[in-house]
Design a protein around this ligand. Structure first.
Ligand code: FAD
Length: 400
């Protein structure tokens, strides 16, 4: 019987296992994860779960019954090594499992803040359910909360913490790595209106305290009082297993257009995979639910005999302070931006072009623009600025 082992039971690992069954795979499917319980989703951790409006059951991707019914073996353990010559993996407890196909879905871990004091009590990150539980408990006691990093995680935490916080960002705008300046300005205004203090263009040099954090020192020497510090400075892909097994690794596990690693029996998907992204025009590693889910589906298709080059349109969302930002496509390298909709009413989209071709659309509270943008960006023929102008920037009309 053919065996597929999936290392990592997060969003993409779960999806790989589920999609194999959806596609009629009749062999053995073993999903190995080092976090306790059934696989869960991360997005609510910095939203409803943090806020306390969603409980632990709402995190689960499926209940235990699903795994029993689909004959997906859930193994609670950590894959410690891959033996490629024998096509086996070894778990930390010494168990050895054979595979015909191995899917690496090991995700990412929080990037540590490389400053003195980062290991003090009261300094926390947000990646796992355990992290979210610790943060919820810490928030009940904390007086002065400082968030380091004005990216999605830091801002979602700030939006759902239930109290004003201070956000420190080394770049001169929020979301600098992932969104256009218009979007940064919109979300900065929202957070300020909600009572947050934003300190932009300043890094952090040290965290101080006697066992427990008491202050955050900035590059200009200022010290901000803090008894809870949340670090949101990005993630590092979990590549150690792949690297030790001699697979090619470069900002993630390097895969080809079929998401196959340098070993044809081994795939990598989700946050840990660096893949040739047709929409970015270069090797890319993405951290999103869409990427995790679609890549897992593609690999399941390959294993079940229907391979196709991976070409899904990247998309992403974030919810903050009653505003939904949705991003379709990859805007890196845009040379022209256009705003449509009503900025004053907080319902608008930014259209990003490269050489007069639409490459990305960021929509704030305009879900129909987002859905249309995904359709337009998926079309084989690129959509040009002239076509959009002729259609009076009606994305929905053009996408029909
Ligand atoms: P993960 O979901 O991280 O799963 C990897 C799993 O593998 C983990 O459980 C890990 O412990 C396990 N693992 C690692 N190594 C081993 C090993 N050797 N053996 C066994 N198990 C192992 N994306 C969006 O699109 N929209 C959002 O709003 C959004 N919000 C987010 C909020 C938070 C707080 C976080 C942390 C992420 C958010 N994301 C969001 C990103 C999204 O959740 C990730 O991109 C997605 O979870 C990636 O899936 P993955 O399977 O690659 O990795």
């Amino acid at each position: 019987m053919t065996t597929v082992l999936v290392a990592g039971a997060g969003q993409s690992g779960f999806q790989a296992a589920a999609s194999l069954r959806d596609k009629g795979f009749a062999g053995r499917v073993v999903l190995i994860g080092d976090e306790p319980g059934v696989p869960y989703q991360r997005p609510p951790l910095s939203k409803q779960y943090l806020q306390g409006t969603a409980g632990v059951d709402a995190l689960h991707l499926r209940p235990q019954d699903f795994f029993n019914d689909k004959d997906i073996e859930l193994v609670d353990g950590r894959v410690a090594a891959i033996n490629r010559a024998e096509s086996t993996v070894t778990l930390e407890d010494g168990t050895s499992l054979e595979y015909d196909h191995l899917v690496l879905a090991t995700g990412a871990r929080n990037r540590p803040l490389p400053v003195p004091g980062a290991d003090l009590e009261g300094v926390l990150g947000l990646r796992t359910r355990d992290d979210a539980d610790s943060l919820r408990a810490a928030l009940e006691q904390a007086k002065d909360v400082v968030v380091i990093g004005g990216g999605f995680i830091g801002l979602e935490f700030a939006a759902h913490a239930g109290r004003p916080v201070t956000v420190v960002e080394a770049q001169d705008r929020l979301l600098a790595r992932v969104a256009t300046p218009e979007i940064s300005a919109h979300f900065a205004a929202l957070h300020e209106q909600a009572g947050a203090t934003l300190i932009l263009g300043h890094g952090v040099t040290a965290l101080h305290g006697d066992g427990k954090v008491e202050s955050v020192e900035l590059t200009d020497g200022r010290r901000l009082p803090a008894d809870l510090v949340v670090i949101g400075v990005g993630v590092l892909p979990e590549t150690a297993l792949a690297e030790e097994a001699g697979l090619k690794v470069d900002n993630g596990i390097v895969v080809d257009e079929h998401l196959t690693t340098s070993d044809p029996k081994i795939f990598a998907v989700g946050d840990c995979a660096n893949f040739p992204c047709v929409h970015a025009g270069q090797a890319t590693r993405l951290e999103s639910v869409q990427n995790a889910v679609d890549q897992a589906r593609w690999v399941a298709a390959t294993i079940t005999g229907a391979p196709a080059p991976y070409d899904s349109v990247p998309w992403f969302w974030t919810d903050q302070l009653g505003n939904k930002l949705q991003i379709a496509g990859i805007g890196t390298g845009a040379d022209h931006l256009l705003v449509t909709g009503d900025k004053d009413a907080g319902k608008f989209s930014i259209l990003a072009f490269r050489e007069d071709v639409l490459i990305a659309v960021e929509s704030v509270n305009r879900p129909s623009d987002h859905v249309s943008a995904r359709r337009l960006l998926a079309a084989t023929k690129p959509v040009t600025l002239d076509e959009l102008r002729a259609a009076e920037f009606d994305l929905k009309g053009l996408a029909k």
